[in-house]
Design a protein around this ligand. Structure first.
Ligand code: SF4
Length: 223
């Protein structure tokens, strides 16, 4: 999905900012290899194929599609959300509903295109009724997100919302205590910020998110 021009203009107008920077250069390509388990998958394609038909947790029961993730496989910037919603489950792509439209606007405001970054979720299947994923579900899906990040090797990770921030930092702190400062996932700089779905309900959070995204842009601009 591409963000509509009106959405982008509104997002930029809200922020009083109209001068997108140039996009960062892509990272090196991962080698090809076998796929006997998540850790042995050497490409995102192998990992996605390995996940096909996955029944490792209860979320398999009611899902329509596994939402693996999408974007530049060598992206310097990777966003991680919580879980697919109804639209994502129906289409099989991450962040394609209203929250996805807002994420597209956020990415565009950074001077990037959706296809320049990588977008994934903590769990790859939709929790019924959009409930929070349960701990066993997050644990079952963890090796796939971990391997996804290993293969992409982004320079910067952005966790969208508390569940993603908690998963990537190994903490249970609220998003208000985590957002806006540099953390790490393994050795990768990580910034947590509010989820776009939260911004749809709380527009005042946009300013804080923009301050977070500016930190990400500054970090990516460093050699
Ligand atoms: S959420 Fe992850 S572990 Fe659970 S069934 Fe879907 S792909 Fe498999």
């Amino acid at each position: 999905m591409t963000v509509g021009r009106r959405d982008l203009v509104r997002w930029l107008d809200d922020l009083g900012w109209h001068d997108p920077p140039s996009a960062p250069a892509p990272a090196a390509q991962a080698p090809a290899g076998r796929r006997s388990g998540p850790a042995s998958c050497q490409t995102l394609e192998e990992l996605e194929a390995f996940l096909e038909g996955c029944t490792r947790c209860d979320l398999a029961e009611k899902r329509h599609h596994i939402v693996f993730g999408e974007g530049d496989p060598h992206a310097e910037l990777m966003f991680v959300g919580e879980a697919p919603g109804a639209d994502e489950d129906r289409i099989g792509r991450p962040f394609v509903g209203q929250a996805g439209k807002l994420l597209d606007a956020m990415i565009a405001a950074m001077g990037l295109r959706r296809e320049d970054v990588y977008i994934a979720n903590v769990v790859k299947c939709r929790p019924p009724g959009n409930r929070d994923p349960k701990e066993p579900e997050k644990a079952a899906c963890a090796p796939f997100l971990d391997r996804q990040i290993e293969l992409i090797r982004p320079r910067v990770l952005v966790a969208l919302g508390k569940p993603a921030a908690n998963r990537l930092t190994g903490t249970t702190k609220p998003i208000g205590a985590l957002r806006g400062r540099w953390l790490t996932y393994r050795d990768i700089p990580l910034l947590a910020t509010y989820h776009p779905a939260y911004l749809l309900r709380n527009a005042r959070g946009k300013r804080a998110v923009w301050e977070d995204l500016k930190k990400v842009m500054a970090r990516l601009a460093k050699a």
